[in-house]
Design a protein around this ligand. Structure first.
Ligand SMILES: CC(C)(COP(=O)(O)OP(=O)(O)OC[C@H]1O[C@@H](n2cnc3c(N)ncnc32)[C@H](O)[C@@H]1OP(=O)(O)O)[C@@H](O)C(=O)NCCC(=O)NCCS
Length: 307
């Protein structure tokens, strides 16, 4: 293989580069060098090519609409060119491009659980990024896997409680939740049920009534063929302490048995007890458990050349 060089992408990239980024970022390659109409940001790319201009690697970022921050979106080097410093060179060069464009801070979020993560984190360390910070835990599991966990067997409804299909929530019950929340907040604002009431899965979304009052919900959304996201789960604090979320999860997942659906669930580091539950009680039994990590770096100013 001849010498590898990195070059800034001056404009839209053709299809040869498509396979070097995630499907969701591929449309951005067509607007490199101009404005991404969806975000107001500006996609920027660095390319690695060998002497014959054969594509070997791609680093893709987007400068935010404010012009001072950028997100590193993806980094890829072809398998035969790896471990030769190409990934590091791409990130260093892209950083230079961003700095020259006036960017002051660059951030990146990535998911663990892939073989290249060790290399990626070495690149960030070598390039002087702050150490990675845990952002979210992501799990994927089948209903059948969930049924093998210890919490599944132990799940018991609190006395005086019943599970109901969320689709059967009465308008006056929703109104009561809104009113009581406005009077004296008892639900984490991120978990308020009206935030996720659009296009929820009618089969597996369930609520919990206790002594006739709605005190919890597990609301799920389809996000792909046979992929269901457990979007919002909540149980009133006094009942959560007694583990009342578990029978609700169980009731929801039981409705999916034999359907061929895979479930996914994301929890962020602000919900510490949920993180602990996922890592200790779920991860050992399920298909996939990964975390998203975030890195960032404050970029220095462009060195000025002296005459
Ligand atoms: C991650 C990736 C871009 C690294 O590219 P690369 O050109 O091999 O990286 P470099 O040669 O610059 O190596 C960077 C460091 O990682 C180390 N490294 C590379 N591959 C490694 C591996 N498989 N295991 C452990 N360390 C590895 C290198 O030794 C080097 O460490 P050092 O700087 O301490 O010597 C490449 O592996 C890749 O494209 N992977 C698939 C796509 C991906 O997962 N991208 C990340 C998410 S967007």
């Amino acid at each position: 293989m001849s010498t590898v060089v990195t070059i800034p992408a001056a404009g839209p990239l053709d299809s040869a580069w498509q396979s070097m980024t995630f499907p969701s970022y591929r449309p951005l390659l067509a607007v490199v060098g101009s404005v991404n109409a969806a975000t107001g940001g500006r996609p920027v790319a660095r390319l690695a090519v060998d002497g014959d201009t054969k594509p070997l690697g791609l680093a893709l970022a987007e400068i935010g609409a404010d012009g001072t921050t950028a997100e590193l979106l993806s980094l890829f080097v072809t398998a035969d060119a790896r471990r030769r410093g190409v990934g590091t060179a791409l990130v260093e060069a892209l950083e230079g491009d961003l700095r020259a464009a006036g960017v002051e801070r660059v951030e990146g979020v990535y998911m663990t659980g892939r073989p290249s993560i060790e290399a990626l984190e070495r690149i960030f360390a070598r390039c002087g990024f702050d150490p990675p910070v845990l952002r979210k835990i992501v799990v994927r599991f089948t209903p059948e896997e969930a049924a093998t966990t210890e919490w599944w067997r132990r799940a018991r409804l609190p006395e005086g409680s019943e599970v109901f299909s969320w689709i059967d929530l009465k308008p006056e019950e929703l109104e009561e939740i809104r009113r009581t929340q406005a009077e004296s907040p008892w639900i984490d604002p991120d978990l308020e049920p009206w935030r996720c009431s659009d296009r929820f899965d009618p089969v597996s979304s369930v609520g919990l009534r206790r002594h006739g009052k709605v005190v919890g919900w597990v609301i799920n959304h389809p996000i792909g063929p046979d992929l269901l996201c457990f979007t919002t789960s909540f149980v009133r604090r006094d009942l959560a302490r007694r583990g009342a979320i578990f029978p609700l999860y169980r009731a929801s997942i039981e409705r999916l048995m034999g359907s061929g659906v895979t479930c996914t669930f994301v929890t962020s580091s602000q919900f510490e007890s949920m993180m602990r539950f996922v890592l200790r009680r779920c991860a050992p039994f399920i298909s996939f458990c990964g975390e998203t990590r975030g890195v960032s770096k404050t970029l220095g100013s462009v060195p000025t050349s002296s005459a």
